[in-house]
Ligand binder design. Structure first.
Ligand code: ZN
Length: 566
């Protein structure tokens, strides 16, 4: 019972001075057109938004469909309650506008989560046992995937072999990826499916581990892994839908009420649409089509059933900093003569923007290096001049910005869609890549905020865990999960928690271009709510990671996180 204290339902006639009116009366006395509050939240801190002058309110009232009816003093909200209203006593917990992850990849997260988790296994036999348990749930012949094994934690620290898997999996192909992604462990069926045998040469930059007679042991390193992945069958629609559903439940468990999927395929959009129409989306999805593929002609901006909206198209200006693909204006500091990859030129981005505009879709551009960001800005400027701006333009990541370009985002009304956790993941090597000057405007969310640009925060899941509290901690402290460095990494770019939360609510809502969502709990707006165990504005900075979601509300539906996350 204790666990559910925050969901205590106070029956209206006992707890409230309920307004007069028969049971089921739909309207408020004096204004039958205005819906009454079917749900009331009170008894804790309630933030309606995170602008500098926003103050918490005592109570929040939502209509049956989840629309905010009233937010303010408790007695005023109670005055508009339906006769049969349900009342949630927050019991000291904290309600806020629903948290949004403004950049992620739902299908990839689902694929990752389909894999058997092999972290913490004591030896190869235990890993094989876990794999066999999962295999028992799969259709005959289907590939089994797993990840997370680490032979350094096993007796003898030796790489495992295919026979250990063959013994429990028989002829089912299996690919188990090492914790770092740089090695895979296959059984004999998978080796055969990939066409790898004693006669297969090692590829450049990779290795097939072998016995003295040349036969593969079952472990492949680095570029040799491509031989398997290139031959994997594409997942069937049912598997893809299940991947999406699994990922969405995981995202909702994190306390999120909406995610922006930055790069869905037309096929996955169909599956999302099916889930939406079946009422199986546990949170809102704002979809951006993958602009590296031909855009479907029949897709236009707008809702695709409950909780799903197609908003835009995502293109790529450059690659990533870690793999040296980020396009920089000057050489990479640790590789003279190398400036990175121009994945799409300015004319290419403009053309993508034209195709997006023809469908009413917004353009989002992945840009990491300062030259990539400049190209994106130039493309947006040209589209603006041609009158082809649709929806809300956004630049994804914005990791390195040239000082001259800093004011251009605000001037062009472009949202900076950033992932604070990337900064603390990349900090061990990022400065070597860009050098001591450019690092000052790298992952520079504070400088961007002060330039007047709207920030929207996300995690780029599954690259990072879709953990909104890690985002808060990284944004506000620029420390990693271990609390390092103590003073924060380039702490001048720390944002206060209020501003970080604004980027995860109002900023994300603005970025989505949704006409309804405001990311604020204001009357007439969708009342997407995240309830946390504590007030993020009141906890010490080093406890932000420990915040936990109690429940979420979307469209008036309460959802508690599942205790066991599959
Ligand atoms: Zn991404």
């Amino acid at each position: 019972m204790h666990r559910r204290a925050w969901l205590t339902l106070l029956p209206c006639p006992v707890a409230l001075g309920c307004p007069a009116g028969g049971p089921g009366a739909a309207g408020i006395a004096g204004d039958p057109a205005r819906p009454c509050a079917a749900t009331l939240l009170a008894g804790g801190t309630i933030h309606i938004g995170f602008r500098p002058d926003d103050r918490p309110v005592e109570a929040l009232g939502l209509a049956a469909d989840g629309t905010v009816v009233a937010a303010g003093r408790e007695r005023d909200v109670r005055a508009v309650a339906c006769p049969d209203a349900r009342v949630f006593d927050l019991a000291g917990a904290c309600a806020l506008p629903g948290l949004v992850d403004a950049h992620g990849h739902i299908a990839s997260l689902g694929r990752d989560r389909r894999q058997v988790d092999l972290r913490g296994t004591a030896d190869a036999e235990e890993a094989a046992r876990r794999a066999a348990e999962r295999a028992a749930t799969l259709p005959p012949g289907a590939w089994l995937f797993g990840r997370g094994w680490d032979q350094n934690g096993w007796p003898g620290a030796a790489f495992p072999d295919r026979e250990t898997l063959d013994a429990v999996l028989g002829d089912r192909p299996a690919m188990l990826t090492r914790v770092d992604g740089h090695a895979v462990w296959l059984d004999s069926a998978a080796l055969a499916a990939a066409g790898i045998d004693a006669g297969t040469p090692d590829p450049v930059g990779g290795a097939i581990l072998r016995r003295p007679d040349g036969t593969p042991t079952g472990v492949l390193l680095d570029n040799a892994i491509d031989r398997v992945t290139a031959r994997l069958p594409p997942p069937d629609p049912a598997t893809r839908r299940e991947d999406l559903r699994r990922a969405l439940e995981h995202l909702a468990d994190r306390g999120l009420t909406a995610v922006h999927d930055m790069g869905v395929t037309a096929e996955d959009l169909l599956e999302l649409e099916a889930l939406s129409r079946e009422g199986r989306l546990p949170l809102r999805v704002v979809a951006y089509l993958d602009g590296t593929r031909p855009l479907p002609d029949d897709r236009h901006a707008g809702p695709l059933g409950p909780r799903l909206r197609l908003a835009g198209v995502k293109g790529f200006a450059d690659g990533a900093l870690g793999s040296r693909g980020a396009l920089l204006l000057e050489d990479h500091a640790d590789q003279p003569g190398h400036r990175g990859l121009e994945v799409t030129s300015v004319p290419g981005l403009v053309e993508l923007g034209r195709q997006a505009a023809a469908r009413g879709l917004a353009l989002a551009v992945h840009a990491i290096g300062d030259a990539g960001v400049r190209n994106a800005l130039d493309a947006f400027e040209r589209l603006e001049a041609e009158g082809l701006r649709t929806g809300v333009p956004r630049i994804e990541h914005v990791q390195v910005v040239a000082p001259a370009d800093l004011p251009r985002l605000a001037a062009l009304g472009i949202v900076a869609s950033m992932q604070p956790v990337h900064a603390v993941s990349d900090m061990p090597w990022a400065e070597a890549r860009v050098g001591p000057d450019r690092i000052r405007l790298a992952y520079a969310w504070r400088a961007l905020a002060e330039s007047g640009a709207t920030l929207a925060f996300g995690t780029d899941f599954p690259v990072e865990e879709p953990d909104p509290f890690a985002t808060l901690r990284a944004a506000a402290t620029r420390r990693n999960a271990e609390g390092e460095p103590a003073e924060g990494w380039y702490p001048g770019q720390c944002l206060d928690v209020r501003a970080a939360l604004r980027a995860m609510t109002e900023g994300a809502a603005l970025a989505s271009g949704s006409p309804a969502a405001s990311g604020r709990l204001e009357p007439g707006r969708p009342g997407d709510v995240t309830v946390l165990d504590r007030d993020p504005l009141a906890v010490p900075l080093d406890e932000l990671d420990d915040l936990r979601p109690r429940f979420t509300m979307v469209d008036g539906v309460v959802r508690e996180p599942r205790r066991e996350v599959p």
